[in-house]
Design a protein around this ligand. Structure first.
Ligand SMILES: *Cc1c(COP(=O)(O)O)cnc(C)c1O
Length: 360
């Protein structure tokens, strides 16, 4: 690790691979003989067009996205998709929403403006500490789609299975995309904000089954219409050029690390280190139930808010930063995204052990 850098457990925007940052720096002043940085070039220039096309191709091959599905590079964050999804896919009718955390709850609330939302489940009563089993999902035969969030960034739970539904699956993968292989053909639509596991903030990737598009409500803004954006290859207006370039560097790095299979192995190892410690700890305990636990965001607490704050400060003095949990969940959260090295998880466990020795 470069001198002076920390282990950054931020949930988002979050850590990027060091080799990616170094490459961006090397190409900053003069991108491949253009005499300018990617930030400064026209989105219609040959140099940027090449970056755009290559990034899309790399993304398609990385996640093995079938030809039936389009890749869009959009703006507005995952939050804009909370509205874009019902505007494009609900046809003013009804959809099923699995509420297993903060962001799926927000998405369901937004969708209510455009049709009838029915909750396939709601885990609020248990503090969103678990993911329901397939048999527990309440599915409505008229649903235009089934919506869920594969990884709950704030509560630290992750779906360990792909729900089986008659309606097309729509999934918010903001915090676990590119961390494992995905059978994209099973999904009607996938979206993800880039700033958790892909690139800097400002880019949202949408993967859409083309056959579901073109049914948007008449007042859907052009910029939110999947059909329009597909027709313009995401270039209806200026795309987030720099973020797309950064994504291409991240995809190169990912390829070198064994692709999504390599990422899956890495995330399992990192998360296992931390959960194994938590399960044996006399001071800390994990929030999420076994079987529902996220490999990307590990949530834990001591049970004492004062002690939690003390631990967060203790860890920060050792160069482990951004361990404070989200304000609605409290406690601690260690985000262990693709770019977090295994040593970062190891350091975290060592630090927890040391703190535990002092306090138990
Ligand atoms: C961070 C996050 C969001 C919100 O993303 P924005 O880009 O800030 O709109 C939505 N869903 C999930 C799962 C997230 O982790």
């Amino acid at each position: 690790m470069t001198e002076g850098r920390v282990y950054n457990f931020s949930a988002g925007p979050s850590v990027l691979p060091e080799p990616v940052l170094q490459r961006a720096r090397a190409e900053m002043m003069n991108y491949r003989g253009t005499g300018m940085s990617v930030m400064e070039m026209s989105h219609r220039s040959p140099a940027f067009s090449e970056i755009f096309t290559e990034t899309k191709e790399k993304f398609r091959s990385m996640l093995r996205i079938p030809d039936s599905h389009e890749i869009l590079f959009l703006q507005g964050g995952a939050t804009l998709q909370f509205a874009a999804v019902p505007m494009n896919l609900m046809e003013g009718k009804t959809a099923d929403y699995a509420v297993t955390g903060n962001f799926s709850g927000k998405a369901a609330k937004e969708a209510e403006k455009y049709g009838t939302v029915r909750l396939a489940c709601n885990t609020e009563a248990c503090g969103h500490s678990r993911i329901p089993a397939q048999e527990e999902l309440c599915l409505n035969p008229d649903a235009k789609y089934f919506y869920y969030c594969s990884n709950n960034t704030i509560y630290g739970t992750e779906w360990q299975y792909v729900p089986q539904t008659a309606a097309p699956l729509v999934c918010d993968m903001s915090s676990d995309i590119l961390s494992r292989p995905v059978d994209v053909a099973r999904y009607g639509l996938i979206f993800a904000g880039a700033q958790k596991n892909m690139a800097p903030a400002g880019l949202t990737v949408v993967i859409a089954d083309r056959s579901l598009t073109g049914r948007e409500l008449p007042y859907t803004p052009q910029i939110m219409s999947y059909k329009t954006m597909i027709e313009h290859d995401s270039l209806l207006n200026t795309p987030p050029c720099w973020c797309i370039y950064m994504l291409s560097l991240v995809l190169d790095w990912l390829q070198e690390q064994g692709g999504v299979e390599g990422m899956e192995q890495g995330k399992r190892e990192r998360a296992k280190l931390v959960y194994d410690f938590l399960d044996g700890s006399r001071l800390f305990r994990a929030h999420a139930e076994p079987g529902s636990r996220s490999d990307m965001n590990v949530t834990f607490r001591t049970g004492d808010d004062g002690l939690d704050a003390e631990f967060i400060a203790f860890a920060a003095r050792r160069g482990l930063v951004n361990l404070k949990g989200h304000k609605i969940a409290g406690g601690m959260r260690a985000s262990l995204y693709n770019a977090m090295p295994l040593e970062g998880a190891g350091e975290l466990v060592r630090t927890m052990k040391e703190f535990e020795r002092k306090h138990v």
